[in-house]
Design a protein around this ligand. Structure first.
Ligand code: ADP
Ligand code: MG
Ligand code: MG
Length: 309
């Protein structure tokens, strides 16, 4: 039985969470074991989608959105912790990151070119308030302290999916891997003696890359205004919402955040996108171990201080 004859890169791409997911890893496992690793990763992403999608009526998240304004809803420890992290980033960002953006945001349908009208926004904007999500102290339960609150974890759940899949790979003794879900990528180790090269898409030419980065053992998440959008009267309506206005955030075109934890890179890329160039980079500078690349409206790239060389 020879390991080396079986050692190889395993690649698998699939659709989940309304996006394209990918895993690539160096396998010294048997073919059967490598297949099982791939299956576990697909299953983990599907599990998170089934639990956290606001579009699946049976998901735990949908149950929360239906019932948490009426009283406490029992949640999983995992979801409780994700809500806790989301709240932490909301207070850190003074509400730029806010999962209750969905109180208005659920009215957008980018494929159908539908957006909430001014009256709907005026009536529901006060329901965008992360402080209206109350986490029980001694039990895994949540409730909303206001009517009309809706939550959506689209800005953080793919980061969790990537994080959990990296753990599956580590537990399988894999040393070199890349896992991605949409704009969120996690890297385990290096690419066998070389760096992983991760590209940031050009925001207005999707086949081109605005910048490529050599990275190992960290995560990178990109938020862009070109992923899900429609244009009406010359305005771009896209999927990252300014919680103050209920409208799409219009300060910059793309933000990538690099750091150890994919949950944080995911949430922080959305956060910096909403905050814009100056305030967004200032926030990143205040968080140890996290760096950012911002592409502004003139397509100029800006780097946080740890990336400047
Ligand atoms: P992607 O979905 O491509 O990974 P992001 O990580 O930036 O991109 O997440 C965008 C998603 O975040 C949106 O589809 C929406 O579900 C959610 N979102 C939008 N605006 C906000 C916001 N202000 N705070 C938190 N989440 C948001
Ligand atoms: Mg994000
Ligand atoms: Mg993301």
């Amino acid at each position: 039985l020879s390991f080396s004859s079986q050692a190889s890169w395993i690649n698998h791409e699939f659709k989940v969470m309304g996006t394209q997911a990918k895993v690539k890893f160096w396998s010294e496992l048997s073919e059967r074991q490598a297949e099982q690793v791939v299956e576990s990763i697909v299953a983990e992403m599907q599990r998170i989608d089934n639990e956290m999608s606001p579009y699946k009526p049976t998901s735990l998240l949908s149950q929360i959105n239906r019932n948490a304004s009426k009283g406490w809803v029992v949640v999983t420890p995992e979801l409780y912790h994700l809500f806790t992290t989301a709240t932490k980033i909301s207070s850190l960002s003074h509400g730029a990151f806010d999962i209750t953006y969905a109180s208005v945001g659920y009215q957008y349908n980018y494929r159908e070119k539908v957006k909430p009208n001014k009256q709907f926004i005026a009536q529901h904007i006060q329901a965008i308030d992360y402080q209206a999500v109350e986490l029980a102290k001694n039990k895994y339960q949540v409730r909303f302290t206001q009517p009309n609150v809706k939550v959506d974890l689209g800005g953080i759940a793919k980061g969790l999916a990537v994080k959990n899949c990296l753990q599956i790979l580590r537990d399988s003794n894999v040393k070199h891997a890349l896992v991605s879900a949409g704009g969120d990528t996690g890297l385990l180790g290096d690419k066998r003696g070389r760096d992983w090269i991760v590209g940031v898409k050009h925001p207005r030419a999707s086949s081109q890359q605005a910048v490529v980065l050599p990275l190992n053992n960290e995560a990178i998440s990109t938020s862009g205004d070109y992923e899900r959008y429609f244009i009406e009267d010359g305005m771009r309506y896209h999927h990252i919402i300014n919680p103050n206005t209920g409208d799409s955030a219009r300060e910059v075109l793309s933000v990538s955040v690099i750091g150890a934890d994919p949950v944080y890179t995911d949430a922080l890329s959305t956060t910096v996108f909403v905050k814009g160039l100056q305030k967004g980079l200032a926030l990143i500078e205040s968080i140890a171990g996290y760096e950012a690349i911002v592409i502004d409206k003139k397509l100029t790239l800006h780097f946080s201080s740890g990336l400047k060389n």
